[in-house]
Design a protein around this ligand. Sequence first.
Ligand code: ASP
Length: 342
Amino acid sequence: MKPRILIIYTGGTIGMIENAQTGALEPFDFDHLIDCVPKVKMLDYEISHIQLTEPIDSSNMTPLHWGDIAGAVSENYNRYDGFVVLHGTDTMAYTASALSFMLENLSKPVIITGSQLPIGEVRTDGEENLITALEIAACRTPGGDPQVQEVAILFENYLWRGNRAKKHSSTNFNAFKSYDYPELAHIGLSIDFNQDALLRLPFRRPLKVNRTMDVNVCFVDLFPGLSLDAIEYKLAQPGLKGIVLRTYGAGNAPTDEAFINLMRRRIAEGLVVVNISQCDAGGVMPHRYAAGDALASAGVISGGDMTGEAAITKLMHLFGLGLSSSEVSNLVGASLCGEITV
Ligand code: ASP
């Protein structure tokens, strides 16, 4: 049987063309994109595609789009062996994280890719990324199971776990990196899977789609000089349920009593506060310094080595399930689909 792959096209640089008047890149349709890659026909696969909306720059992605992508995977789940999502790079790590939470019990590949140069340009990285993503989506183990059974980002030489990756360069062809989790595969002459890193669920259960994301969450980024008034203003948003507090180093913040008391009071009122480091690598060690310990004693939860993208979408997902603050607090530090080292 030929591998059956569904391409879900959302937009991004990969399918963009230059506006003749402004010179700016704008999203364009799938037919143009696929016409630029005649080599796809050399793959002995059955490939279909869908385009959910007008193609967009991924800066315009919303949780509704994530729900549509997850819905498309679930509606076509039994008909295809794997899925390739073509997406802009700017918010790809958010989409990958969100889809990993939305697609519960996923056991088939959902490979997200895009490119830094449009597919119509001579030096494009899009052709190689698309073809490699299709090959990975079709890959099977010697026992016949899908090699990848999770949401992953494929870019240039690496396949990363989707909820562990970050866009780290706006110019490099290797645009994504995962600082605290190894690559799922290295792509060179061959595609070498890192068997120890690939997600394997202990049980096979039917796919369950959790489409609802609760957007009553936000980031609060610390910087020296940030006033208490500014933090209070941010926390005064009506309906706010959770924040991702981006702290220094190993998860440290000012020990200033007024700040710690504000955190303690808001947490007692039901706000969930997750501590994520502004460092790309290493994560939060809440008790290493007194400056981190004070936050923990106020009730701030360690986000460990989660990326900011994974932490914010995890809060949206957990609140979207209708869970209470204390239930969300209990689950934030747990690994739902490999997004955190526990
Ligand atoms: N602005 C583009 C997008 O995210 C960038 C890209 O695709 O590389 O849609």
